[in-house]
Design a protein around this ligand. Sequence first.
Ligand SMILES: [Zn+2]
Length: 123
Amino acid sequence: MSNKYSDFVFSLSDTDFELLQSAVSLRKNHERYGVTDFEELAIKYGRIPSCPECGNNDYVSFGSSQQGKIRFRCNVCGKHFNLISNTIFHYANKSFDTWCTYLVLMSFNVPLEMCEGIIKGYF
Ligand SMILES: [Zn+2]
């Protein structure tokens, strides 16, 4: 059976192939979860932002970051933060797609070493 996209995919550079894979992941996550990143997820579930410095919920909207993320400024201490600040996702430095894959694998009790191998594409 022929796939009309095979020649196109094989013609892509490594960089373009990674961009295509990223776009496909975004679409899959949007179809599965209705969101494509942690900020959208926080908005979907109504997360109330809190200051990571003093924990206060007294804040004002403060525009967007260079990555387009909604920012806030604490009215008590002046710290700037976003919806993901003060969560494990903020410091984990893993993509939304990676987290989703880990969580699905862990829900089936897949050993961590195998989870890592799957995430890194070894299998
Ligand atoms: Zn604060």
